[in-house]
Ligand binder design. Structure first.
Ligand code: ATP
Ligand code: MN
Length: 428
């Protein structure tokens, strides 16, 4: 059985296999902290309760010793997770060959990242990985239930989708190709056969900025569907985010506790999310005495200021078309604006969703490709989608790591993926 199930076994004897993560002693009593794949727990070893040999063995347990124990499960209000184990018997399954390199006392992020392969074992990091896994399954279930097909899009690509400055170049049999920044253009192709599609995979961006919101390799889910109006796109994203939060609140209370997450903040996330135009967001910033110039994208400080006013994520639409990707459709009422939306997470976690309606007009698309100094030849296959059987469509991309960072309430997104890739880190 697992530590997370202790609440169902109070005052009963349980058998658990765990890894020692800490130990302290006071003569006649040892306190051993163990972890398993579900949580962590303190094991109390009283001299009079166990065989003398076991008591002696407990004295010499080092970090990452693997033990199989028989113990009584006890309710303990002072324990973080509410339970404690009183040891009856113990067997050592594996003894570490050396002292564990990560000390119990807090270490700096660089040190920990060098030992990422071991750091992920800590209760906090494991909790984040469990939550991430659930975020992903919640998204897949949500989209499957809405009739979306998962179509995997290529990672080696011949051209850029999101601007040329953040492309990773790869040598592909003596030809330069690029790692995908998004699967979106390919989604548009598959949507025209399957209507509702999504891709779910890694995206690569050579982001030179060292922020707490940018990785060079991150995961995105990108739904795309036909006849999508901007409000349909916002509704789909809103429903997905609400579902993610519900699933985590329902199934991951222990993990949220391990992370010390203030869950009242997550409980306030309810549809409908506030929606405003880019112009209204500028006005809101002005009211907060932040000068933001029309025509510029919001940076982290502006996004934080905007989201501070709301308990739920906030949807900002109709950004200036000039700062958005070439394929974004212009607003019919004002062609300086794009029919696009960004959704900002609460509590300053920034943009988690970017999406919008795609331009259908082939002439406008060709113009925009030129304006963005992209090579028209590279996009002939994409323009074919407008030449044959073209209908309005759109979609969005939701970044998994930023979403997980927000749900978990952690500062830097490098902790939301098992092995983060950033501008200055490629190992382990
Ligand atoms: P930003 O302006 O914050 O760099 P973006 O506008 O370039 O992001 P999009 O192209 O809209 O991002 O990508 C869709 C989503 O993917 C974003 O909303 C975000 O959640 C996520 N994302 C984008 N870039 C990164 C990155 N470098 N690291 C982690 N997640 C990212
Ligand atoms: Mn964006």
């Amino acid at each position: 059985m697992r530590i997370s199930e202790l609440k169902d076994f109070v005052d009963q004897q349980v058998e658990i296999t765990g890894w020692v993560i800490g130990k302290r002693s006071s003569g006649k009593i040892h306190f051993i902290l163990i972890r398993d794949s579900s949580a962590f727990c303190q094991v109390v070893v009283a001299e009079k309760e166990v065989h003398p040999e076991v008591f002696e063995q407990c004295k010499h347990l080092n970090i990452e010793t693997v033990i199989k124990i028989k113990a009584l499960a006890v309710e303990e209000p002072r324990a973080k997770l509410g339970y404690e184990l009183h040891l009856k018997d113990m067997e050592v399954l594996s003894t570490p060959v050396d002292e564990y390199p990560i000390p119990r006392k807090p270490s700096g992020p660089d040190f920990l990242l060098n030992y990422r392969h071991l750091w992920i074992r800590s209760p906090r990091q494991s909790a984040i990985m469990r939550i991430r896994s659930k975020v992903i399954s919640a998204i897949r279930n949500y989209l499957d239930q809405q009739g979306f097909y998962c179509v995997d899009t290529p990672i080696f690509t011949a051209s850029s989708c999101e601007g040329t400055t953040t492309l990773f170049k790869v040598d592909y049999f003596n030809q330069d190709v690029f790692l995908a920044q998004t699967g979106q253009l390919y989604n548009e192709a598959t949507a025209l056969c399957l209507d509702k599609v999504y891709c779910f995979g890694p995206s690569f961006r050579a982001e030179k900025s060292k922020t707490r919101r940018h990785l060079t390799e991150f995961w995105q889910v990108e739904p795309e569907f036909l006849f999508a109006r901007l409000e349909d796109i916002i509704n789909l994203a809103e429903g997905m985010i609400v579902r993610i939060v519900e699933e985590i609140l329902t199934h991951h209370q222990i993990d949220l506790k391990i992370l010390d997450r203030d869950i009242s903040k997550l409980e306030q996330v309810k549809a409908p999310f506030p929606r405003m135009t880019y112009d209204q967001a500028l006005q809101l910033l002005q009211e907060k005495n932040i000068s933001a110039e029309w025509g510029k994208d919001f940076g982290a400080p502006e996004e934080t200021k905007i989201s501070e006013s709301f308990n739920s994520p906030v949807c900002i639409h109709r950004y200036p078309s000039a700062i958005k990707a070439f394929y974004m459709k212009q607003a019919p009422e004002d062609n300086r604006l794009a029919l696009g939306v960004d959704i900002l997470a609460p509590e300053g976690y920034g943009e988690i969703v970017g999406g919008g309606v795609r331009e259908e007009d082939i002439a406008i698309l060709e113009q925009r490709i030129d304006q963005h100094q992209l090579n028209r030849d590279d996009y002939q296959w994409y323009l074919d989608l407008r030449r044959y059987g073209s209908v309005p469509h759109g979609g969005f991309g939701l970044g998994i790591e930023r979403t997980v960072a927000w749900i978990c309430g952690i500062h830097h997104i490098r902790e939301t993926i098992a092995f983060p890739r950033t501008i200055d880190r490629i190992k382990p």
